[in-house]
Design a protein around this ligand. Structure first.
Ligand code: NI
Length: 173
């Protein structure tokens, strides 16, 4: 297993629609293991393949953030329905230093292929888990959490973020 480098917004891979995975082979299984390790190491509660530079429809998550506690991986995940709403603070490993309140569905139904159970699954999620699914699946469609904000707030935070990024890059990353 390996910790993978996390790409930062505005890398193009974070802005494009990721490709469906046709077969869960060794390469995908290794990617899942590495993404899991990368997420726990960050630490984070979710990670989408585009965040490690792979434009594939794959997410890993664990709402506890504690190694292997409630780990889940989902291939070709899709939100099939959503209801209610919740507003809560989000950040993103690809947008370091920025947090914002984001409006999301309170409950979602998600389907996809579970590579651990080796079958198609449907999951009902609410609260934080529902939020993580929505945030990570957005990454597969080339969206980051700031894209879910109103225009004024979004532009303000993107400008602030890009300024920080420029300063950090001067610092040598
Ligand atoms: Ni994110």
């Amino acid at each position: 297993m390996a910790i993978l480098p996390i790409v930062w917004y505005p890398e193009p891979v974070l802005k494009k629609k990721a490709s469906e995975i046709e077969r869960v082979n060794k390469e995908i299984r290794d990617l899942i293991d590495n993404m899991a390790q990368t997420m726990y190491n960050a630490p984070g509660v979710g990670l989408a393949a585009p965040q490690v530079g792979k434009s594939l429809r794959l997410i890993v998550l664990d709402p506890t953030g504690e190694e292997a506690k409630e780990f889940m991986a989902l291939v070709n995940p899709e939100i099939i329905s959503g209801e209610g709403e919740q507003v809560g603070e989000e950040g993103c490993l690809s947008v370091p230093g920025i947090r914002a309140d984001v409006r999301r569905f309170a409950k979602v139904r998600v389907k996809g292929y579970d590579p651990i159970k080796e079958k198609e699954v449907e999951i009902e999620a609410e609260g934080l888990l529902a939020r993580i699914f929505q945030h990570e699946i957005d990454h597969l469609d080339g969206k980051i959490f700031l894209d879910r904000l109103g225009r004024v707030k979004r532009e303000l935070l993107k400008r602030r973020y890009l300024k920080h990024l420029k300063q950090n890059k001067k610092g040598g990353r």
